[in-house]
Ligand binder design. Structure first.
Ligand code: FMN
Length: 150
């Protein structure tokens, strides 16, 4: 799977003071009716207990200039230290990463455990788009890069 170039998201859950985040590439669409996605989260992740209890979470699709935020949110920082990189804003009880390429508000509707991971299926309640930059942050072969159309 390292060979597959993937988009990079940071999931964030909860308000400032009681929040967590995690860098993920496993977020993929499920259906359009209703708009829905799935994401696979390791049970050992710091954010897992928060995600398990929360009804909703935010999904921030990263732009290429946010690769340092992606790297930070993939490390073992605890609590508020996970938000030390990036320009985080509060809205609807969630933290959102300013400058992202797109933002989804996701409501978990089903969960399934498989081995080390929990698969969350979530309906997308709202979508917002960034400033229309054509490029996106990607991850492949253990390295960050960027996608641009021909
Ligand atoms: C590009 C990238 C994609 C990742 N995708 C996932 C993912 O889909 N699910 C997951 O559980 N962890 C994923 N990880 C690993 C988590 O980001 C990382 O284990 C976690 O944030 C480490 O902190 P923690 O163990 O304190 O939670 C990914 C890491 C990177 C760099």
């Amino acid at each position: 799977m390292r060979r597959v170039p993937a988009g990079v998201w940071v999931l964030s859950v909860g308000p400032e003071g009681a929040r967590g985040n995690i860098t993920v590439s496993s977020l993929v669409p499920v259906s359009m009716e209703p708009p829905s996605v799935l994401v696979s989260i390791n049970h050992s992740a710091e954010v897992y207990p928060l995600l398990e209890k929360a009804d909703v979470f935010a999904a921030n699709l990263l732009a290429p200039d946010q690769h340092e935020v992606a790297a930070h949110c993939a490390e073992h920082f605890e609590g508020e230290a996970r938000f030390a990189r990036g320009n985080w804003m509060e809205n609807q009880g969630q933290s959102w990463l300013a400058g992202a390429r797109a933002w989804l508000l996701c409501r978990t509707v089903q969960r399934m455990a498989f081995a080390t991971h929990e698969i969350f299926i979530a309906e997308v309640e709202s979508v917002a788009l960034g400033d229309g930059q054509a490029s996106a942050l990607t991850y492949a072969d253990g390295a960050y890069g960027s996608f641009s159309p021909f």
